[in-house]
Structures are given as structure tokens and as C-alpha cells.
Design a protein around this ligand. Sequence first.
Ligand code: GLP
Length: 248
Amino acid sequence: MRIYKVKDYNEMSRKAANIISAQVILKPDTVLGLATGSSPIGIYKQLAAWYQKGDLDFSEVRSVNLDEYQGLSPENNQSYAYFMRHNFFDAINIKKENTYIPNGLAEDTAAECTRYNAIIRNLGGIDLQLLGLGGNGHIGFNEPGDCFEKETHLVKLSDNTITANSRFFDSAEDVPKYAISTGIKNIMQAKSILLIVSGPAKAKALYKALCGPITPAVPASILQLHNNVTVVADEEALELVPDSIIFY
Ligand code: GLP
């Protein structure tokens, strides 16, 4: 595991964008696993800026997103499908038919989960999976629990996550109670993983993820078992992690 400590959110975004950009340059038809939330917005902005300058080409890139709220249509401005278009896809030349996000409106959720797992498999797996970190240690929407969920599944969101994500909605009542998320096995099968973390609110979760026991109570702790993980986190997020394990 490589851990890069950076000054702040902007530096985190630039460094992580550099890593993704290298991946796209080295493998133009790369399969990117993409994330939502506030953490990756700066990365998407930076990548879009490099695309606008002519430094990056996404025309062959394929993408699979981690998750989607159940019950929200892609047109709903709180959906992750909308988020991705608004924050990234509309600003670059990725082909919309090469972008995949779970269908939050699927009537048969189990069939949707099976379909999504097959999409990832048929793409040949994920080359680079971008991950944010929930304040409770979740990745994607893999919430703390008694076991690791393996593949795409329906998740009942924890109160902690509903409260954390309510900042994007008018009120906590408006936050969907369920989501469809890829599982820990989908994430762990990615060839490489890029975890980005910023701010003091994530310090405890990041410490547990990197230094604590590997347990489904802290889903991100499983990343300790992956052999190609890069963490880019800022000083505040890394506050509790000993310097001895950090690369600058
Ligand atoms: C959300 C997403 C995660 C994201 C996390 C952190 O619930 N499902 O993929 O990493 O919460 O979000 P943020 O980056 O806004 O702190």
C-alpha cells in the first residue's frame, strides 16, 4: 500500500487526477471504477480541465460506478447518474454508452444486481477503482456489518450515512433509505485501487481502515489485503496515522 500525504483537498485532487490520467494515457480503453460524493469532485474537475486542454482522451474509456440510490431516476438531480453527468461525463468525451451505473429504478433489484455484476465481468474487470471513504468506514455503500457483502447488492443505508448524505438533500427524510452497491469482492477484484480521503471528519475512519483490524465493522479495512492500493489523503485525514507508514 502506498500512502501519500498531501496538504489539502486541492492537492489531493491534483495528485489523484494525475494517477488516473496516467492510467488513461497508458491504457486508453481502461475500465475505471468511479465514485461519487464530495471527495472526487475536484478530481473530476481537474481531469475535465486536462481534457479541455487536449491532454487527455476518454473516447475509449469505460466506466462503472460504485453505487446508486434506490428509487431515484437518472434525471433526479440527487441521483448518482445525474452527479456523474453533471460533474464529469458532460465535460469530457467519454461515450455515454460506455458508462455504467446501477439502475435505481429497477423493479427487480436482484436481477439488476446480477446484470451489474455481469457488466463488470464482461468489461474484463476494473483496472483502477476510485474510492472515497464514509465517515463510518464504508466504501461504495458497503456499510459496517457482520460480514463483507461480496457482489452487487441492495443495501439498507445506516442512520450515520443518511445523516452524512442529508447535506445534499433538502432534509434527512428525503435521503433514500436503500441503495444498490457493488460489493467488497467487486472492489477487491479491481487491479488497482485509489482511495482518496480529505478532512478531519474522516481521520478516525481512515486510521481504522489503514491501521486497525480487518473487519466488516470497518469495510475499508479489507483494502489492507489488496496488493495494489494507493491512498492519497490530506494532513487532516491522516492525523492519527503514524508517519512511519506514510510515503510522501
Ligand atoms: C457516499 C458514497 C461513497 C462516498 C462516501 C463519502 O455515501 N456512496 O462512495 O465515498 O459517501 O462521501 P464524501 O466524499 O462526500 O465524504
